[in-house]
Structure formats: structure tokens, C-alpha cells
Design a protein around this ligand. Sequence first.
Ligand code: NAD
Length: 327
Amino acid sequence: MGEEGRQTDTGIKVPKWRFMDYILGKLDFCFWLQTAFRILRSYSSLAGVPSFPILVCSPMIAMLAPDDFSGEAGMFDLELGGRVAIVTGGSDGLGRATARRLAAEGCKVVICARRQDYLQAAAAALAEETGGTVVAQAADVTRPADIEALVAATLERFGGIDILVNNAGLAVQKLAKDCTDDDYDLIMDTNQKGAWIMAQAVGRHMIEHGRGGKIINMSSLLALKPLSQLSLYAMSKAAVAQMTRALALEWVRHDIQVNAICPGYIVTEMNAKHWESEGGRALIQRMPARRIMQPEVLDGIVLLLASGASDHITGAVIPIDDAQSLM
Ligand code: NAD
């Protein structure tokens, strides 16, 4: 989708890639208007009326017509300009790709991760790539005080929070019998408790503010289908999926939509080497689509779940996985 939208003359902000749809819709309307007039003229007392005035007037009538009659534009709202978004784990991988998309759509984006210098560089790069506003605020999601400070800093800087992408996460790859208590705490504290405390902190603000909001939780394919050596990770992501449904139910009356994405295997800095290895290439050949996904495959679902287009979608746990969960 294009970086900027265009203001149409009926006052509707139409994102760039939908602009042509909008115009084609209006042209369609003109065409049908003129055809209807010609048919009427052939079979009625309008026979003597010249078609020229209708030819001239139909574009004006089309512009005034409701957009539902003139193509898809205006039927749903994908506009994100000016919204404030927090993306946890925004320095790398899927979080970085999500922050890039939101910034390109005109959101003011705050990214968090643990290392301030690295995060700062990521925010600067994202701002340059998108021409948007991307701010770095170091926070460890396992530390409630950091989350509090992240939310407070975002509110102080931008005056509100419209979107939270609960993305920070990590995995420990071990057989269940070898996992330690420390492994358990690390995975649960980061993936599950971190996402919970983040959602609580942002949800409280959204409820207080009374303007609703969007929470997008990054769950995983493994929430739907466990994999050997990733039991802790799978458990934590299943908890994120159920947290999504529980919060969606409680907060729907506050117009807060809470949804989860369950990505399948996606190439990120963390796993790129694996996909180049023999084992990685063999795994790709066993996947239903015989291909590995890139982080940008999440652009569409993020845009949907962050925008007004999903105002009535909540509690959804959505696989983006090239059918990997169906294997
Ligand atoms: P990544 O390692 O590239 O990025 C993870 C991000 O989270 C980094 O920015 C890291 O700094 C941050 N992070 C980790 N622990 C943190 C903490 N305690 N506090 C703050 N930030 C922290 O990983 P990724 O592949 O981009 O994964 C992002 C999310 O998507 C994770 O939740 C992961 O479980 C999920 N996911 C990834 C895949 C995939 O194939 N890449 C598939 C399904 C789900």
C-alpha cells in the first residue's frame, strides 16, 4: 500500500492503492447512469430529450452518489494516519517489519526492545525508510516497571495509544525432559506474562480514554500445533491465544478489539541460517506450499487488525502460515 492517501473530492481519504478503484467505481456509476437514461429514452416519453446534458451531469451525480454505489472505496476504513502504535520487540524480525508497515501508513510508532543503542539505530533506520515517525524506548517486557515507563513515555510524547502490537518473544529449543525452571520462567515471563502486562497497561489507558483501540498479539503456529523440542514455546503461545479471546470478551464493550496472529515459519535474522542449511531446505520441501515466508507477509493482516476495517473482528486467532497448521 502507498505511503500516503489521497483526499477525494467527496472528502473521503482513500489510500493510494485504492484510489484507482475509487475512480473506476465512479466511472462505472457514470456508465450505468447513461445506459439507464438511454434505455428510458428508448421506451418512454423522454424520447425527445437530448443525451448531452446527462453526459455532462453524470460525473457530478456520480461524485455525489454514496460510495457503496461506486466501487469498494469508502466501504471500509484502512486509514491509519496519525494513530499511535507501540510495537514490542520492534528492533528486529517481525516486530521491525510490523513497525515499518505501520510507520509507512502514517502511524506514530514507538518500538521497544532491551538494548537502547541497537533500538535507537533501528528506529532511525525505520524513520528514514518510511519517512514516518518512529521512536525508540528501551523496555524489557519481563519487567513491569519498564512497561509502565514505556506506556507513560508514549502517552507523554503522543498523548494517547491507539494500537499495541504485542510481538516481543523468544524460544528455547530443548526436549521437554531437559528444560529447566529457568527456561520455563524465561519463556513464560517473556512470551506470556510480558504480553499480559503490556496488554493490561495499554488496555487500562484505552478504557480510561474511552476511544477504543486495537491490540494485536503475536502468537504462533505452535499455539495450534505443537512441535517437538519447543514445548515451552508452544505452551506460552497457546496461552497468548487464549488471553486474546479472554481480553476480547471483556473489552469489546470498550470498543477495544483484541486479536492474535499465528505466523507459520517466517525468515527473520534469528532463523535465517537455519533455512539455508540442509535441514532447513528439507523442511521447506515438506511444507504444503514448498516455500518459506518473508516478514512482509504480515503486512495485510496487520493493516486489517490495526485499522477500522476490523472494528467488528475481535478474539480472532488467525493463522498466517501457508497452510502449515493443516499439515
Ligand atoms: P526476533 O528474535 O527476530 O525478534 C524478537 C524481538 O523481541 C527482538 O526485537 C528482541 O529484542 C525482542 N525481545 C525479546 N525478548 C524481549 C524482552 N524481554 N523485552 C523486550 N523485547 C524483547 O524474532 P521474530 O522471529 O521476529 O519473532 C517475533 C515474534 O513473532 C515472537 O513473538 C515470535 O515468537 C513470533 N513468531 C515468529 C515466527 C517466525 O517464524 N519468525 C513464527 C511464529 C511466531
